[in-house]
Design a protein around this ligand. Sequence first.
Ligand code: URA
Length: 438
Amino acid sequence: MASVPELIRRKRDGETLGADELRELIEHYTDGDLPDYQMSAFLMAVYFQSMDADELAVWTDAMLHSGEVLDLSSIAGSKIDKHSTGGVGDKVSIVLAPLAVAAGLKVPMISGRGLGHTGGTLDKLESIPGFDVDQSARRFRELVDEVGAALIGQTDDIAPADRELYSLRDVTGTVECIPLIASSIMSKKLAEGIDGLVLDVKVGSGAFMKSLEEARELGRTMIEIGRSMETDVRALVTDMDQPLGRTVGNALEISEAIDALRGDGPDDLVEVTVSLVTEMLDAAEGVDDREATRRRLRGWLEDGTALEAFREMVEAQDGDPAVCDAPDDVLAEADYIELFEADRAGIIRSMDAQEIGLASVELGAGRMEKTDDIDPAVGLAFRCKRGDLVEPGEPLLEIHYNDHSNLAACRRRLARSIEIGNDLDEAPPLIFERLSQP
Ligand code: URA
């Protein structure tokens, strides 16, 4: 291999590196033969100089093949996953997976945990008593084959290069870099053995990508990686400027997802979910009449078909299926509920999703460090959203909490996050745009 300092210098100076050079960097790093300080310098060079499409395809492929790549080809049906770039109140996967199964798709989904202001699907699922997200690769295949969907955590064998690189990026200021984010996400997703992937690229105050331009670039970069690996990848860019739905917090979000699976979900959650499943179906089999597909999907939320698919998923992963019938009896509830009230009359102009996510972390609903414990019962339940008119003293939301010592910090963040004014700027669309391969 070329000398590593030489590769770092060439990337630093904006050169394009060759496929063998990039592969060797990943291989040596994963084998422990390349020290963190050299990889850190290389990542920082990528942060400033980026990678072109060919470099990124090779880099992602090397990360993908640093571990096990699942082969689901013997399972009948189209295997299509969805991935969200992360947000606040984002319980879409919990509604989407059973709805997609009801629509005839197979959904092999390897999800993540919450970190910082964003929540994670695994933490939400674990608030269902017994639900086991730690499944072997063999059981993952069985679940996809027999139940239609599996929602599990990343195993040690999937894309180990990403695990190492992500930890290093976390402490070297190189997380916020589109090629590194795109290769990180895609290496894990493509290891699932999928036929297609629909990305929910979130944009706004609660998202990684704060501007539409950045979100578009991230979406396009991941789609291009998919194209280089002959996998159908497409994206919806969706609003994360306020939390999605009515709740933030693990058990609260499961309860809200079950409402949606019973046909009684909040409009934004249902709209984003139905739109993403329509894209999944389009990736699998082509959709001629999108409106008819959307109506069918909404019908399966309303007539209980999707809820039955969820019940099977919960049972198959050892969760208590009674959560589908009486979530309030099964899910943990916080000991205390306090109201957070409007301090003036007016219209809710904005709800900073990042601050709201952090307010829920103050209660224990999320974690700032990977090793932090979370409390499944705590969180926030909104009674108002952006654009609503409010009176002074009117409850804007409920704070569900267990520990009095967390409340003041949570309230301070909420006070900063919700802006009440006299008028409203034009509301951003819920779905900004659809991106697909040319
Ligand atoms: N999520 C990932 O999996 N990787 C990143 O780099 C950022 C978000």
